[in-house]
Ligand binder design. Structure first.
Ligand code: MEV
Length: 417
């Protein structure tokens, strides 16, 4: 099995990086051509996806290295505009490797569809729905031959009563095993498909028929051990645990802490064509599940004093449907990642979220984030100012020391040298 810990990946040229990725993921020459194009879709393709199109907009695509998740090595494509994020994920993954990498698991991919019934006698409606649940499920499943063929699809119907300012409502929920799809479309189709039958059975009036993005039936969870010496020693480990308890107890800090988690999650979600809004919405609701917004990760020490992190987060992702099988760049990213199921993809995304959070709080709990951030930023600036490889280090050090990082300053120093 190829290893994801490619030596000094960040120091390689673009062609060298592509060569390493090509050999790791067995990409074709065509895949490399797509990676070298800038964005992957034409105006015509974009015009078919959304409305009123006038162009397309591209973002940087980088590769996080060193990841080992459930014993398998991954090179992870990340699409993000923020510097440091990809380097931070790679660094965290490198430290986690020492103790075996990330151990992750995923629930089955159940989505929840909701049908809102009003003008209904809730007391008599609930037993009627329960009695007819087989018929309702079978109607729902007739809406997706694909899921039914795979023995997936609508599995369970539940009811809940809501007291609201506009009166008592009955919310009928359908649990749908969406397999390897994100599943929003099929869930919505099923909800709309069964609503007339539910109206007929209950005498109520169905208004909304839509999936819930609060994806509590498709969570991923997992952990990693970060060696205390590599983290920076016991003092830094202790500081990180203090930082975690700050986030666990203060929503103002927890939102920022979770923003760091989402830096990782969304960057991988972007590269694999996921509905990032669905992931974000579910993650933040889940962070409030105990009635107070808190951290999506937890940190503690093991008996040897190593740092142990764990994460649990909803993961409504898919490897089929939507843009995933259409967008050429996303198809290549999926190939690089080499995930064979939505559950595996969810595990990878969750692991990157945990890695990202580790790096952010490690930096914050030791030297602060600006130092590393500025250094990387200065490197990018120096490169874009045309500084040759052998002068980058010196020019970056001087710009950071002077606290003056700009293309102009990089060029000035280069002239002096
Ligand atoms: C910046 O994008 C993310 C951090 O603010 C996260 C955190 O504070 O934990 C560094």
């Amino acid at each position: 099995m190829a290893r994801s810990s490619t030596k000094k990946f960040h120091e390689k040229s673009r062609d060298e990086r592509l060569k390493a990725v090509k050999s790791f993921a067995r990409l074709s020459n065509k895949d490399i051509e797509i990676l070298k194009s800038s964005g992957g879709i034409s105006f015509a393709e974009a015009n078919h996806m959304v409305e009123n199109v006038i162009g397309t907009l591209s973002f940087p695509l980088g590769i996080a290295t060193n990841f080992r998740i459930n014993g398998k090595d991954y090179l992870i494509p990340m699409v993000i505009e923020e510097s440091s994020v990809i380097a931070a994920a790679s660094k965290a993954a490198k430290i986690a490797r020492k103790h075996g990498g990330f151990v992750m698991e995923s629930d089955e991919s159940y989505s929840i569809g909701q049908i809102q019934l009003v003008d209904v006698d809730v007391r008599s409606a609930i037993p009627k729905i329960t009695k007819a649940s087989k018929k309702i499920l079978s109607l729902a499943n007739s809406k997706s031959k694909t899921l039914s063929r795979m023995n997936k699809g609508a599995k369970k119907i539940t009811c809940k009563k809501l007291e609201t300012k506009s009166g008592t409502m009955l919310i009928v929920e359908i649990l749908v095993d969406v397999g390897d799809a994100m599943g929003a479309n099929v869930t919505n189709t099923m909800c709309e498909g069964v609503a007339p039958l539910i109206e007929e059975i209950t005498g109520g009036r169905a208004i909304l028929k839509i999936l819930s993005n609060y994806s509590t039936k498709r969570l991923v969870r997992g952990r990693a051990v970060f060696d205390k010496e590599e983290v920076g020693g016991t003092h830094v480990v202790n500081n990180i645990i203090h930082a975690y308890h700050f986030a666990a107890n203060d929503p103002y800090r927890a939102v920022t802490h979770n923003k760091g988690v989402m830096n990782g999650i969304i960057a991988v979600a972007n590269s694999t064509g996921q509905d990032t809004r669905a992931i974000e919405a579910a993650a933040h609701a889940f962070a409030s599940k105990d009635k107070r917004y808190t951290s999506l990760t937890r940190w503690k020490k093991d008996k040897q004093g190593n740092l142990v992190g764990d994460i649990e987060v909803p993961m409504p992702v898919g490897i089929v449907g939507g843009i995933v099988n259409v967008h050429p760049m996303i198809k290549v990213c999926t190939k690089i990642l080499g995930t064979n199921s939505a559950k595996e993809l969810g595990c990878v995304i969750g692991a990157v979220g945990l890695a990202q959070n580790f790096s952010a709080i490690r930096a914050l709990a030791s030297e602060g984030i600006q130092k590393g951030h500025m250094k990387l930023h200065a490197k990018n600036i120096a490169a874009s100012a045309g500084v040759p490889k052998n002068k980058i280090h010196e020019i970056v050090s001087r710009m950071v020391k002077e606290n003056n990082v700009s293309v102009t300053r990089a060029r000035e120093i280069l002239k002096e040298l």
